[in-house]
Design a binder for this molecule. Sequence first.
Ligand code: CDV
Length: 308
Amino acid sequence: MTKLVVGGAQMGPIQKADSRELVVARMIALLEQAAAQGVQMLVYPELALTTFFPRWYMTDQAEVDAWFEREMPNPATLPLFRRAGELGVAISFGYAELTPEGRHFNSSILTNRAGEIIGKYRKVHLPGHVEYQPTRGQQHLEKRYFEPGDLGFNVWRNEGVVMGMAICNDRRWPETYRCLGLQGVELVTIGYNTPSVNGHMKSEGREERLYHSELVMTSGAYQNATYVVGVAKAGVEDGYPLMGGSIIVDPNGFVLARAAGEGDEIILAECDFAKCAFGKTTIFNFAEHRRIEHYGRITAQTGAVVDV
Ligand code: CDV
């Protein structure tokens, strides 16, 4: 029987001029606050070290690369890893990764409670567009700055718990959770940056977006009998609002903890991973009930095809 106190470190806005050192100091303050409340595993947002730079259109590759990390840990982030190890808190956070081969990914890492990296994920479902789109209220240029993740959806046993990672837009896709669910996942960590307003449709505001975010994470948790922790960057960043709404969801799809504000804030819940067994052995006993002979389209076809 494994229990862990899981926390979400929601982060308030990070402005363009904020240094990595400043942000890491905030992350350490959140870590210390969480550890003091008994948190053993702490999850931070997507691209936690910088402003959400894909909102900015850039043509100079050197300017783009300045937002990326060439190694992890690096001198700016090492104090976070060290402090996490000292406090015995496993962490997961997102960052922009530039590989030695010059490839760019929207990545996240997972550590054990000694502060050692044991897993890496590269975002698969990149939203947005490649070129500047003047009709949009705000740009979302992830497709310009990152290539789709090449590592797939993996799990790691960490502190006795089967853990997997996803990033932001991944949470809207049932395929994400099911790929992890098929590996017995018990905790899915999801960092995100979701603008409060839909860039295509200004009438879709924060309330609707929060609803969709909660809908997909609670259904992903329930349908795969797993805990899900979704952690936002929130507040007005570079003049653009991010919606926040961090939550921790149990394997029955119920929200155990929810962020109240739009600043730096810890949410937490004691997670009893034995509770994953019920759904995994009954209604979502995959071996018993899945019908893969009818699921071929899921991997054979990308877009919807209407031929009736
Ligand atoms: N960073 C993201 O992936 N954001 C998307 C927005 C663009 C919809 C999201 O799914 O929240």
